[in-house]
Design a protein around this ligand. Structure first.
Ligand SMILES: [Zn+2]
Length: 458
């Protein structure tokens, strides 16, 4: 009997005790009986009830494994007449949620493992069905989300970015060129130039789907996340932050996506937009790469290989001493490459200025250099830079970049890979919030049944 008492205390069945235990195959079964000393509460309103009205049929639910045996507890819940609800109700139990087949402690353990490990692995380890585990994990993420009151106080800088969350098959209308029939009789005759004909056909294509994320740039916290990559989604996310928060935002950082720019202009018309300088640098690198490809295509076989091998050297920000002779060789081969490299270096020097006016002068100078360079990729870049100039120069008023955002995107991707993609996007966003520290993990939350925190959770 002493064993049973010890077990009752350890297993935290509040108000219940282990009366009997037996093995069925490898599994351990514990029969629980209610203690008379503990008053019962109504499962609906929570008031103390005394008027007994029979009980529900006996059922067994899964509990934490004891001595490496899968453990079930067998009990029957009592029914009472509640004066407040004016009906017969089932009593409230702290250690199991209504209509569940697992005790709260078991669910908590599963949910805390799911925070760090893939759900399929946890399912194998805990010997529980995968879908049941998904449901448990989703429910506990939901509880944490309900409890979570994000303090949006003091947000000054926000960053908007997109991330690919899944690929889906979709039907698309595709143009297919009609093969040109050659008339054998007219062979050798002057072929007329005619417009190529296309037929249209519905085919299945794989399309990437994106999600839009808004970050607090100073803390790296996720403020809002939703599936979709459009002006509508971005505006909705921004508005979800609330007027008070939006009023205190000083600048928004983003890549050059037109839809996000439009959304910010619509919701926050007075807030300056800062284009992430590293994204702009990406376009400069792209131009250098195009010049290199052109040089490679026109070079001799031997030189072509050399130019191909040095492609990363051209994009390097700080070439080391031993790299320099290779660069010199490269520039001797092709003068265009030397010019492209020089233009790439000059772009970096714009952002070394502290003053906005001198930076603007420098940028104007740079754009004119690009125009006069006779390199087609850089002339194209000049056009883009002219368009982006005001947003790039905002950097000197608000020196923010999306560097942290890209780092946090890696965390999001890690969650995505761990689960091999997600069908339920709300669940995925919950997992992301846990992984990025926006929601507490189960371990940090440290809920026990004694705290009775989620007794009304259903
Ligand atoms: Zn009641």
């Amino acid at each position: 009997m002493c064993d049973n008492q010890c077990m009752s205390e350890c297993l935290e069945f509040q108000g219940w005790e282990v009366e009997e235990r037996w093995f069925c195959g490898q599994d351990l079964y514990l029969r629980l009986v209610p203690l008379d000393s503990k008053a019962s509460c109504c499962g609906v309103c929570g008031t103390v009830v005394t008027w007994r009205k029979g009980c529900l049929p006996e059922r067994s639910v899964r509990h934490l494994s004891q001595w490496h045996r899968i453990t079930y507890v067998v009990f029957s819940q009592r029914r009472f007449l509640c004066k407040k609800c004016r009906k017969v109700v089932t009593e409230h139990l702290d250690w199991i949620r209504p209509y569940r087949r697992h005790t709260v402690m078991f669910e908590q353990l599963c949910a805390s493992l799911c925070d760090r490990i893939a759900v399929t692995d946890v399912a194998l380890h805990m010997k529980i069905d995968k879908m049941a585990l998904y449901e448990i994990d989703a429910a506990w993420i939901g509880h944490r989300n309900d409890d979570h009151r994000v303090s949006l106080f003091g947000i000054r800088y926000i960053g908007i970015d997109e991330i690919m969350v899944r690929r889906e098959e979709a039907k698309a209308l595709v143009k297919i060129p009609v093969p040109i029939k050659r008339d054998k009789n007219k062979r050798g005759a002057k072929r007329r130039t005619r417009k190529r004909k296309f037929s249209r056909k519905w085919v299945w294509v794989v399309r990437p789907r994106f999600a839009t994320i808004i970050y607090d740039l100073e803390t790296g916290r996720i403020l809002a996340i939703e599936e979709g990559r459009s002006c509508k989604v971005a505006s909705r996310l921004l508005r979800s932050l609330g007027k008070e928060v939006l009023g205190k935002i000083e600048a928004v950082c983003m890549d050059m996506a037109a839809c996000y720019k439009k959304a910010v202009k619509r919701v926050l018309p007075k807030v300056p937009i800062v284009f992430d300088r590293f994204h702009v640098k990406g376009y400069v690198n792209e131009a250098v790469e195009e010049v290199r490809k052109l040089a490679q295509a026109t070079a001799d076989t031997e030189d072509r290989k050399f130019i191909f091998n040095q492609r990363w050297l051209l994009l390097k920000t700080d070439p080391e001493e031993h790299d320099k002779w290779r660069l010199e060789n490269l520039f001797e081969l092709n003068k265009d490459l030397a010019l492209a490299y020089q233009l790439k270096d000059q772009f970096d020097s714009i952002f070394t200025h502290d003053n906005k006016n001198t930076a603007e002068k420098q940028l104007n100078l740079y754009i004119s250099y690009c125009r006069r360079s006779r390199l087609e990729p850089f002339r194209k870049l000049a056009g883009r830079l002219t368009k982006w100039k005001p947003y790039m120069l905002n950097y000197f008023d608000h020196p923010i970049t999306n560097g942290m955002v890209e780092g946090m995107n890696n965390v999001v991707k890690r969650v995505l890979y761990r689960g091999f993609g997600y069908k339920n996007m709300n669940y995925f966003f919950g997992k992301v919030r846990v992984a990025t520290g926006d929601l507490l993990t189960m371990v940090e939350l440290g809920v026990t049944i004694a705290e009775n925190k989620y007794q009304k959770a259903s």
